[in-house]
Design a protein around this ligand. Structure first.
Ligand code: F0G
Length: 405
């Protein structure tokens, strides 16, 4: 029932077997991707199973006889947001709320595949660098699978909720005086040296799980949306989602493709900078900074895949400021009742910007991926909303406070 697959280099096309543990092409150093044989599957048949990542198992390359490690990820809500659409200036806006995943972010879609792969390869330990969510997710899936988990985080720059998750799930948490890019370089070297299975999105198996977001959007909406907006950090997610839409089309399940809209934070926007200049030269941002710590990344490993997704889909790209991110986060919470973390709000802030510029037509339909839950970053909420007012426990005091002026 699972598809046949192989690993292929996106640079020189060299092919590798499914069970080779490599993260870059040994020939040319480019990124690797998993290629599957397009399955003969129909949405009607797959839809008989419960919604979630494993509904689409015909598209998920898992080794025969592998024991699937799952926390029932995916199957997240697709909310129609009429008030938010009005605010953003577009006819139809949906939020695909990835905060509803088991550990509160889209990373769980990838980790169910990635940790299943780690198990079937016989690995005893897994590792990642993270701005927070990857480590929260990996530590939970490693716990479920009975694997040792190492995570390396940029010191002082990981939101409290995410750190709490990694600690409670029993990961060995190490912080480094440096940013995410430094942490990633370190963990790649460490994994290769110590034979630990690396589960950052440079590992192509993780993206195989993350592509199911595209399948669910088609399933829930009943068609392919015109646009799909997504925040970009290390750029795995936009690549995975585009792969998902492309595979559904290749399998004859859909006929259309969306235009992908990649949004970065102003202070961490190497991919958008490159696309704007059109020189084809990628320059990392040395000291990335943004309120959206999840996407505070200056040297995203998957940038070539993100650029390919945006170009192939004739898509859009832009940056949003921290103020625009926080404003969107507040509006999503106030008018729709959906609590998202700052990075997630970047997709919605990006839509408002694109409609104002006329890049997204007023009559368009757009799906925004909101990647993580509000509870991930409670400290940011206190910073932007303030603390509650404290009063003595008496009626006079509370009435004065509520009804004066
Ligand atoms: N949104 C959230 C909430 C994230 O945690 C991330 C990435 C992104 C968006 C960007 O996704 O990297 O695939 O482009 N977080 C990673 C982490 C880097 O370590 O948790 P991407």
């Amino acid at each position: 029932m699972f598809p046949k697959s192989l690993i292929r280099c996106m640079g020189c096309g060299r092919e590798y077997g499914n069970n080779e543990i490599i993260y870059k092409c040994q020939n040319c150093g480019s990124l690797l991707e998993v290629i599957i044989e397009p399955p003969k599957a129909t949405l009607a048949e797959m839809s008989k199973r419960p919604i979630g990542v494993w509904r689409y198992r015909e598209f998920l390359p898992v080794d025969e006889g592998a024991e699937v490690v799952s926390l029932q990820e995916g199957g997240t809500p697709l909310y129609r947001c009429e008030k938010l659409a009005k605010w953003a200036g577009v006819r139809s806006l949906y939020i695909k709320f990835e905060g509803a995943n088991p550990t509160g972010s889209f990373k769980d879609r990838g980790m169910t595949l990635g940790v299943t792969k780690a198990k079937s390869l016989g690995s005893r330990a897994v590792a990642c660098a993270s701005t927070g969510n990857t480590s929260a997710s990996l530590s939970a899936y490693a716990a479920r699978a009975g694997l040792t988990c190492y995570v390396i985080l940029p010191a002082g720059k990981v939101a409290m909720g995410k750190l709490a998750q990694a600690l409670m799930h029993g990961a060995k948490v190490i912080t480094v005086k440096g940013n995410f890019d430094d942490a990633l370089k370190l963990v790649v070297d460490l994994s290769i040296k110590m034979g630990i299975y690396l589960l950052n999105s440079i590992n192509p198996w993780r993206l195989e799980g993350q592509k199911t977001l595209a399948f669910e959007v088609v399933d829930q909406l009943g068609h392919v949306p015109e646009f799909l907006a997504v925040p970009m950090g290390n750029c795995g997610n936009i690549s995975a989602i585009w792969k998902g839409f492309s595979e559904f089309k290749a399998a004859g399940i859909t006929k259309a493709l969306p235009q992908m809209y990649g949004v970065q934070a102003e202070g961490a926007s190497p991919v958008v900078n490159m696309l704007r200049k059109e020189t084809g030269v990628f320059e990392p941002v040395m000291n990335p900074e943004t309120v959206a710590t999840a996407i505070r990344i200056g040297n995203p490993v998957n940038w070539p895949k993100a650029v390919r997704a945006i170009k192939e889909s004739k898509g859009l790209f832009d940056t949003v400021s921290d103020d625009e991110i926080v404003e969107a986060q507040k509006v999503i919470a106030y008018v729709e009742g959906i609590g998202v973390e700052p990075a997630s709000a970047a997709s919605v802030a990006g839509v408002k910007k694109a409609t104002a510029k006329g890049q997204v037509g007023k009559e368009s339909e757009i799906v925004c991926v909101c990647t993580g839950h509000l509870l991930k970053d409670p400290e940011e909420v206190i910073k932007v909303c303030g603390r509650p007012i404290e009063i003595p426990p008496d009626l006079k005091a509370v009435s004065e406070l509520l009804f004066s002026s």
